[in-house]
Design a protein around this ligand. Sequence first.
Ligand code: SAM
Length: 358
Amino acid sequence: MARAPRMTVLRDSLIRQIAAQGPITVAEYMTTCLLHPQHGYYTTRDPFGAQGDFITAPEISQMFGEMLGLCVAQAWLDQGSPAPFTLAELGPGRGTLMADILRATRAVPGFHDAARLHLIEASPVLRRIQATALPDLQFHDSADTLPDAALFIIANEFFDALPIRQFLRAGDGWRERMVGLQGGQLAFGLGPVTHLDALEHRLADTTAGQMVETCASAAPVMAALAQRIGQHGGAAVIVDYGDWRSRGDTFQALHQHAPDHPLAHPGQADLTAHVDFEALARAAHPLHATALTPQGVFLERLGITQRAQSLARTLDGAALQAHVAAHRRLTHPQEMGHLFKVLGLHPHTAPAPPGLDT
Ligand SMILES: C[S@@+](CC[C@H](N)C(=O)[O-])C[C@H]1O[C@@H](n2cnc3c(N)ncnc32)[C@H](O)[C@@H]1O
């Protein structure tokens, strides 16, 4: 008998589960699709590059990691070069960003000797790739098990992959968007009206029919970082798409480099939502949160154009064209320069990491 393709296996299992137990939240759907042990999107593949579904900033050009390396190393120097310290990354993908950071910081006296590399990664497939790309590292399932030490941590496109719940304003309450069934197929629906303390502050800036999103799993991550940075020093630099406050439906799917309906290919498409940076900053209390800085501005301040010019002198032909296009893609406001934002978190007693609006 022919085996059902993987895509059908996860969809069928979701349909059976919903038929038996009722609709699930968008967060439950997202978690299953991204991290199901056998059929999840991240657990079963390397999703990056031309063969995958999307390309991230560090995969576009080494310059992205080099600029982040300068930023983190300067923040470490500004805090008196604590040693040893934890150099960590949330959701490191192929390990490219951290490899570029390590290369860019080789000449910073004492930085490599003091750094202990820790990665928080859920995907066994990506862990294997990271272990070959990077030296002497330790893996964690969550930020809770990071060492009690000064912590300098980065995250690029990590928080957008965390599961969100969606709520539609109805009077002075909210109806949760659910994934249920219609004609035997997955379909969005709405739960009953509820009143939620966590969304009380959003009654002032929304009206009936508007949607807001929450990401419950981001807060414990931020609390774990804040506890270590608050006690021992350090900083977090978080890059992602989104804005200061969540507004509207930003739940989206990308399948083979094209936008897709989020319910169309469970386990086969990347699912993301815009990041609510205000919620991250709140959960990192009592750390100081910088203002949000657009990625293009951040990279320019750290010297990406000078670096691009210097690299360009070693290139010609198609390689030079690709390099110029990569610089534009990372920095131009109509490409990633404005959509992606950078948030810095640091102790009140330390200066903000360089490149960020304070
Ligand atoms: C969009 S990729 C970004 C990869 C990398 N930072 C980059 O810029 O290329 C998201 C990363 O987060 C990881 N990830 C997703 N959800 C996670 C979770 N709940 N816990 C730990 N890692 C997770 C994925 O496996 C992947 O490495």
